[in-house]
Design a protein around this ligand. Structure first.
Ligand code: N01
Length: 549
């Protein structure tokens, strides 16, 4: 099918009524917003469907107290437009959810994106017509749209997970999930509150809830590594300097392992003296945040190196917890540091020194049930007024599983992935021509700065579409061999690291019954981008190029 004639941006900007389009994009988070802008600018007609009433994706829903990004604000924003970079000014080192959402709304207005987005609408199915190589996309509002391309900008951490605690629905008090936090302020003053879960969401919200609640019970199954964020306001001078040097900052980010301008110590952990090692850990600790796991480049592959980082960590954390027995419970001993995403906190461990905070180790005393008045563990009943579930996500595959995606021969994506997700480059799947995943399994995705990662994927998809049109092809489809080889490569790379040692959501281990496979490409952001670029330069090596009917 020939590309539609290029329309003016104004004419395409109100595409929300079209039922035959070049591309359907699912989701209006960072990836969906950029996809709409990019595809439009190459003359494609685009429909974007978004379940929420506003843009923002994960940043629309995750508005729990203390929600912030753990990538620095000046890096966690679009790089494709120098105007956007220069016009927006971040106020803090790590932006709050509210500031990120303001930014995304500003971008949507600035680029005139809203007219292309259908809000309050969830895509329920996408079905391939093998003859025409077109997709029929159906929504929960009863709309049917056909498209040549479907782009799943659905987010790797967007399907919230609520464990099946017996009796949860009988609880008479308030229940909140961090990933579906209400828009009105929640006031815990004078209340007995329980938080279940001590991942990033729990660790960010617990200190603030503790400041309000009469009493806070923290139900911890697995202790997590958390490094102080070191958050602070950005000064006008810093902002000016960053803006003056953005090009170099971005260049470093694009060539980095994780999509931000971090440079690891030039030597390996054990190549330096104990003093130099300690100084390097101290420097990184003072800078704050998740990049502590990348102080030395071998920390995630060498157990001895990892142990050095872990010992330093333990010393730091023990120093701020008053009760040594409590510190024993709060310091992880079941996985190498960094093999689950390191959390980034502000006064998390200090919160347990407060008299109104109690840690309940559900590893020692499991939750048995929830009843109208509270939570019963194997040895105690905790009376509470409000319950906060900080229990995470069905990551990487959860949002895709919710959509009935039907490809060749009636094959369903979720059935094809029953033993774990299978993709080529995290972008394409055999049997599903012209279906593109953004930041999906098989890509670095959540191991990198998700904004740059989304830009890279959308640029690659846009180029692929251009290539198809320039060469008279209708579609692109990963071959089964390229998918097999890519999965083998991802597994091989993961096995050479310490990551598979943790029961993490990277491994699907947090969802009962989910296959235990490492779902990401671990070889680094820049290395991955090089592979994607080589595939494209070689005429989309590993993909079949299909002529239309
Ligand atoms: O989810 P999680 P999250 N009984 O899966 C516990 C990103 N993010 O929303 O470890 C009792 O990490 C579970 O226990 P366990 C970031 O990438 C980023 O916090 O499975 N407990 C765990 O403690 C992050 O990694 C930011 O034993 C149960 C917790 O719930 C990812 O999102 C902020 C349980 C879930 O932790 C996910 O973070 C927030 C049960 N049945 C999120 N089931 C920033 O940028 C689960 N748990 C800072």
């Amino acid at each position: 099918m020939a590309r539609r004639p290029t329309s003016t941006v104004g004419a395409v900007s109100n595409s929300a009524e079209l039922d035959v389009v070049d591309a359907v994009v699912v989701g209006a988070g960072f990836a969906g917003l950029y996809a709409l802008h990019k595809f439009r600018s190459q003359g494609l007609s685009v429909r974007v469907f978004e379940a929420a009433p506003e843009v923002g994706g994960t940043w629309y829903f995750n508005r729990y107290p203390g929600a912030r990004c753990d990538v620095e604000s000046v890096d966690y924003c679009f790089s494709f437009s120098e105007e956007l970079q220069q016009e927006w000014t971040w106020t803090e080192k790590y932006a709050t959810q509210a500031e990120i959402l303001r930014y995304m709304n500003w971008v949507a207005d600035r680029l005139d994106l809203r007219g292309g987005i259908t809000f309050n609408t969830r895509v329920t199915s996408a079905t391939l017509d093998e003859q025409s190589l077109r997709w029929t996309v159906v929504t929960d509002t009863g709309e049917t749209v056909t498209a040549r391309f479907v782009v799943m900008a659905t987010g790797p951490l967007s399907a919230a997970l609520t464990p099946a605690f017996p009796g949860l629905d009988t609880f008479a008090g308030e229940v909140y999930h961090t990933a579906h936090w209400p828009h009105e302020p929640v006031d815990f003053t004078g209340k007995r509150v329980a938080v279940i879960g001590t991942g990033s969401s729990g660790i960010q919200s617990i200190p603030l809830i503790a400041e309000q609640a009469e009493h806070l019970y923290v139900f911890q199954r697995t202790p997590n590594f958390s490094v102080p964020a070191g958050n602070r306001p950005l000064t006008a001078e810093e902002v000016a300097e960053i803006k003056a040097n953005y090009a170099e900052r971005r260049r470093l980010s694009w060539r980095s392992g994780g999509g931000s301008p971090h440079i690891a110590h030039p030597k390996l952990t054990m190549e330096v003296s104990a003093e130099e090692r300690r100084a390097a850990f101290e420097r990184r600790w003072d800078l704050g945040g998740v990049l502590f796991s990348k102080t030395f480049s071998d920390q995630m592959i060498d157990e001895a190196a990892n142990e050095e980082a872990r010992k330093f960590y333990e010393e730091k954390v023990r120093a701020v917890i008053d009760d040594p027995a409590l510190a024993d419970l709060l310091i992880p001993n079941d996985h190498p540091i960094g093999t689950k995403r390191i959390c980034t906190d502000t006064n998390y461990f200090q919160t347990f020194n407060r008299p109104n905070v109690t840690l309940v180790s559900v590893r020692n005393t499991p939750i048995e049930s929830i009843d109208p008045t509270g939570i019963a563990t194997s040895d105690t009943h905790y009376d509470i007024d409000a319950l906060v579930l900080a229990t995470g996500f069905d990551a990487m595959t959860g949002a895709l599983d919710k959509i009935d995606i039907v490809g060749r021969d009636g094959r369903r994506l979720r059935e094809d992935w029953a033993d774990g997700p299978r993709t080529y480059l995290g972008l394409g799947v055999d049997g599903f021509p012209n279906l593109f995943l953004v930041s999906g399994p098989g890509a670095p995705a959540v191991l990198a700065n998700m904004v740059l990662h989304a830009e890279a994927h959308i640029d690659w998809i846009a180029d692929a579409i251009g290539f198809l049109d320039d060469h008279g092809y209708a579609a692109l489809e990963a071959t089964p061999e390229s998918v097999d080889n890519w999965i083998a490569e991802c597994n091989q790379r993961a096995e050479a690291t310490l990551f598979p040692k943790a029961n993490s959501w990277y491994m699907g281990a947090n969802v009962p019954g989910k296959p235990r496979v490492f779902m990401l490409f671990i070889g680094g952001f820049a290395a991955y981008l090089d592979i994607c670029a080589e595939v494209a330069a070689a005429g989309y090596k590993g993909f079949s190029l299909l002529k239309g009917a």
